[in-house]
Design a protein around this ligand. Structure first.
Ligand code: SF4
Length: 335
């Protein structure tokens, strides 16, 4: 996919509460960088959360507040980007409905994550219209803002390809060959470094292996010291392989290059033990957690600030979305 500089970008995140290190390195860090050069709309995907969590919605509002607070504390500047709540901009639902009219069922059924997620989350009944249709909702999320780019990792490029196909089908069905009604977004490839949880699997709140961005230093220390490393290093003198160790990936995210080089070299020859390696990591990780905690505490001292910022963002998003829907309604002849 051709890489070109983005002009307008949309991205969202399901509200799952306080963010962990994986969220920051996998998304927020890129969002901050993109907001320096493009107009950005970042939203809490609360309707998307419902596609799999519809049976218990009680935690969404609080999780959403925590998430926005963590976005801002982590460095996302609300002056440089528009932060909003998906379900507060009703145009998402309207465009989703209209896109649904032209989206073939086969396209949705063939999305690899559709079957995968149904199997992985077997305890939830995901045999629903909402879950099948979520790629059409994702397409609406992006097309509503005329975004020309969506930041994605390599593994998500196929999702965006489906969004492009839905937009093309819509434009072909209702357009008259002049300017397209909806903008076809392209993938803006971003680096998504590997961040593993304390059990060696992908860091995820649902696995219980995550370290929060604002984790209490003592709790972070305990988690890191108990974290799994290369299982081949049973004794201090056993050489290891940092490439399969979550601690090494955290060094890559938090330690200076000389420390990363040292760990990479000395782990392989058993020149450094896992305990010392973890202590080195903590020296670099803890200040970052403390910085985040201080930023969160400052936000918490200003009650209502997050809500006001999100309300402003939601108003701006609604204006832009309504402009798009004016064009869409006219094209579909629903004026
Ligand atoms: S020395 Fe460090 S990188 Fe190597 S296995 Fe131990 S914790 Fe992992």
């Amino acid at each position: 996919m051709a890489e070109r500089e983005p002009r307008r970008v949309v991205s969202g995140m399901r509200p799952t509460g306080r963010l962990h290190l994986g969220h920051f390195h996998g998304a927020i860090k890129n969002w901050i960088a993109i907001s320096q050069k493009a107009e950005c709309f970042y939203f809490s995907a609360d309707w998307h959360a419902l596609t799999s969590e519809y049976k218990d919605t009680s935690g969404i509002a609080q999780a959403q507040r925590e998430m926005f607070a963590d976005w801002i504390a982590a460095g996302l500047d609300p002056e440089r980007c528009t932060l909003f709540i998906q379900s507060q901009v009703k145009q998402h639902a309207e465009l989703f409905l209209l896109l649904g009219m032209v989206t073939p069922l086969g396209w949705l059924e063939r999305v690899p994550t559709y079957k995968e997620q149904q199997e992985q989350l077997a305890e939830k009944d995901l045999n629903t219209y909402g879950f099948l249709g979520y790629p059409a909702l994702q397409t609406a999320d992006v097309a509503l803002y005329g975004a020309d780019a969506v930041p994605v990792g390599q593994d998500q490029v196929s999702h965006l390809e489906l969004a492009r196909e839905i937009v093309r089908k819509f434009n072909h069905t209702f357009g008259k060959g002049e300017k397209p009604i909806l903008v076809e977004p392209h993938a803006y490839l971003t680096e998504v470094p590997k961040i593993l949880g304390t059990d060696g699997r992908k860091m995820s709140k649902s696995y219980g292996n995550a370290i929060e961005l604002g984790e209490d230093p003592e709790s972070a220390r305990k988690k890191i010291m108990a974290a799994v490393t290369d299982p081949a290093r049973k004794r201090r003198n056993d050489p290891g392989n940092p490439d399969i160790c979550g601690i090494y990936y955290l060094h890559k995210a938090y330690s200076p290059s000389e420390t990363i080089d040292l760990v990479n070299r000395e782990c392989r020859t058993a020149g450094i033990g896992c305990v010392d390696c973890k202590k080195l990591l903590l020296q670099n990780l803890i200040p970052s957690l403390e910085k985040h905690r201080a930023a969160r505490a400052a936000l918490d001292r200003e009650p209502g600030r997050i809500e006001a910022l999100v309300q402003l963002g939601t108003q701006k998003a609604t204006r832009v979305a309504e402009e798009t829907m004016d064009r869409v309604r006219a094209a579909v002849k629903l004026t």
